[in-house]
Design a protein around this ligand. Structure first.
Ligand code: BTN
Length: 259
């Protein structure tokens, strides 16, 4: 697998349009933006095609879930995809679960990185976060006009030492990794999953790599914290918690902590 690790420094690992010839009319590269979510939304509002991808080497205002910042230093992979889908709104969580499953699959099968999925869509290795996913939808009437899915993946960057909860592919494998290779593999597999409708099975696929299930967790929600055993996820991606008193709670949004 040594061919995967050809570039030797963050500075020389440059992504260009020539690296993605079959996607050149649908990919945009920047050295720095505020957030690829914002740039992608602008492109979507200007009617860009399905599966347009916005990539930036750095972000000055990278955003995470639940209004958190996403530190976006050089060496990581930061991109947002614009998806235009003629699907019922209820299907949109499956698209996001398909993205997290695909990224974990690429890390496991192509890089031998033992990635696991923490509800809802975090990707962890050795209990440390290697990637996060942020999804936003634009809804018109009862249908999904477009969806933007942003992914932040720690590749060759070294997450800050005070952030004990994060890691990168380079830290795990001890090797420098080509961001082009990671991005190509992910985009090809994810696009295939969407066009073949395999994304409809993403909730079952997600369970295969889940590290949240059958563990005692605390979920911080906007309405307070709920505790219980993470029993399963339902077909909408909501977490099914079995509380100590036997009561079942279905949690749709929140931040998951292992107890
Ligand atoms: C999370 O785990 O909280 C989600 C993090 C998502 C970060 C990515 S980086 C690319 C895209 N642009 C952003 O501003 N955020 C997402």
């Amino acid at each position: 697998m040594t061919h995967l690790y050809s570039k030797q420094s963050i500075e020389s690992d440059i992504l260009t349009i020539q690296d993605f010839p079959s996607r050149s009319d649908r990919m945009w590269f920047y050295s720095e933006v505020n957030s690829t979510m914002e740039v992608a939304r602008e492109k979507a509002n200007a009617e860009c095609p399905h599966f347009t991808v916005v990539v930036s080497d750095r972000q000055t205002s990278g955003r995470g879930r639940l209004n958190r910042n996403w530190i976006s230093e050089q060496g990581g992979l930061y991109f947002t995809m614009v998806l235009r889908f003629n699907v019922a709104l209820a299907m949109s969580p499956r698209i996001v679960f398909a993205a997290s499953y695909t990224l974990a699959h690429v890390l496991r099968n192509r890089f031998q990185v033992n990635a696991g999925l923490k509800w809802p869509n975090d990707i962890l290795v050795q209990e440390k976060k290697i990637a996060g996913i942020l999804a936003e939808s634009c809804i018109q009437g009862n249908s999904l006009a477009f969806m933007t899915i942003g992914i932040g993946l720690n590749v060759n960057n070294e997450p800050h030492p005070i952030d004990q909860q994060a890691c990168s592919i380079k830290q795990i494998t001890g090797q420098f990794v080509s961001r082009k290779t990671v991005l190509t593999w992910f985009l090809d597999e994810f696009e295939e999953m969407l066009s073949s409708d395999q994304y409809l099975e993403s909730i079952s696929l997600w369970r295969k790599y889940a590290i949240t299930l059958n563990r005692n967790v605390a979920i911080k929600t906007p309405h307070g914290t709920v505790h219980g055993l993470a029993a399963d996820i339902d077909e909408n991606g909501a977490l099914i918690l079995r509380q100590e008193n036997g009561k079942i709670e279905v949690v749709r949004f929140g931040d998951c902590f292992f107890n």
